[in-house]
Design a protein. Sequence first.
Length: 295
Amino acid sequence: MQEFACEAFKQYVKNSAGSQMKEFIMNKVKSVILSLSALLLAQASFAAEGNTYSVGAEGFYDNYREPDATVNSHATYGSVTGEYKHDFDGSLGDSVFVGIDGRASYGKDHYSSIASGSGTGVVQLEFDGRVKTGIDYSNGISPYVGLGLRYYEDEGKNTVTTIDAAGYDRRITQLYLPVGASYTYTGYGLKIVPNIEYDQLLYGNVNSRLQYLGNSCYAINQLPCSNDNNRQMSGYGVRGDMMFSLEGSIWQFGPFVRYWNINQSEITNVGPNNVGFVEPENKRLQIGAALKATW
């Protein structure tokens, strides 16, 4: 009986020690899981802090003119937009920020020229992307500077005008320096953010795909035509917008205007007779409205 009691006591101690060990291990596991969870939540909070995202849509009227070549075209465009911004905490309530924004636009052109007639329905695509850095001051003013890239496609291949002048594709790439500022005003339940910007052209290239003209190469009246690249070395743009929203709402809406004035390109020689080809001075005006969600 005594021997049985000793064995039972040993088994009790063994089971008790095992239970305590299991409880100790489980507590440690729980502690590690909670610590990791807290760390992940802190990292997620840190990653989200200062980040702002927005997506939106635009609709606008576009007018393009070449005064010397008497070209005047107009189109309506639709766009999708996106933006990301990160604010770094600064002293005295000010904060340095970096950001990127982009736009992709689609439209159809209505073209007219004294020299080459008129046409309609030519697909046009425009892409505009920028990186920016600046300071959000505590008084609501936010100046910034950056670098922008604009890319434009004119899908004129296989089209003819009213006087049988053949169209051709164009690809325009422009690198520019944006310098601007916005101001954030809140009051009366509204948030109003006007923005103004100056864009200095740094470099541009116009790729005119004349090889598609074939026997209709009216540009130099000599066969065959070859693709042409004209460098644009000077020009500028200005743009502005004013966005309105209710305080606490993610939705913003407002009008905008964009304007470009690009000087005549450098002259290049095209075709077997080395005829000079140039991209004329041109002006572009875009007026429309934007809707976006920001969070």
